[in-house]
Design a protein around this ligand. Structure first.
Ligand code: ZN
Length: 219
């Protein structure tokens, strides 16, 4: 999955300096937060102090090997201070694969939830990779929040070249139901008003445009 975002240090940004990092989106908030924090600690414009991650905040290297003089080595990162300077805030200044509605301050939890939703879309629809991401984005654009979009997965009918293709298939099934051998009789096909059927059906369905067709959902 290639969903990622650019976390920009706001203190740097406010000082006219570009500082940030591309972070791969994943379902684990803590893993993303760690990468963002590492970026913020490298900021040239720190405005807070945070625990040193390299020594866990105790100023001593983890599992220290004693040096030649038999002393416990001091943490190189914080020089024994246990704290390091860091910038505090970030904003999302660019992204790939995230819905446009997410904006600069959507938060890491929303990104993690979205990654999970894409996985659910893959499972429920059989589309994968970028095809699943495109469908997930279209669903979120249409139903606005993940919980609403998620509940629509139960109503997914499939992806068709056009809504008309879906409607025609549906019409053939309806006609076939009225024949003994389960096949649509030709005389009914000849006189059936496919266009009108498709028009009526479109009021009962949701069709979302994709690059390879339309995703059709029951309402
Ligand atoms: Zn340290």
């Amino acid at each position: 999955m290639a969903i990622r975002f650019y976390a920009a240090c706001l203190a740097s940004y406010n000082n006219g300096v570009l500082h940030g990092a591309w972070i791969d989106a994943e379902s684990d908030v803590d893993a993303m937060q760690e990468q963002v924090n590492a970026m913020l600690r490298k900021s040239r414009f720190p405005n807070v102090t945070v625990d040193c991650v390299d020594c866990g905040g105790d100023g001593v290297e983890p599992a220290p090997a004693l040096d030649a003089q038999g002393r416990v080595p001091v943490c190189e990162t914080c020089k024994g201070a246990c704290k390091v300077p860091s910038a505090e805030e970030f904003a999302i200044h660019d992204s790939e694969g995230l819905p446009r509605s997410f904006g600069e301050f959507c938060g890491l939890q929303a990104i993690a939830d979205y990654v999970e939703f894409v996985e659910e879309v893959e499972e429920a629809t059989g589309r994968d990779g970028e095809e699943a991401e495109e469908l997930a984005r279209a669903m979120l654009d249409n139903w606005h929040d993940i919980d609403s979009a998620r509940s629509e997965l139960d109503n997914f009918c499939g992806v068709y070249d056009s809504f008309r293709e879906y409607a025609d298939e549906s019409a053939d099934e309806v006609i076939a139901c009225h024949s003994a051998d389960g096949k649509a009789p030709q005389f009914l096909i000849n006189y059936f008003d496919y266009e009108s059927y498709a028009r009526d059906l479109s009021h009962e369905m949701t069709a979302l445009d994709l690059s390879d067709g339309v995703a059709v959902f029951h309402q």
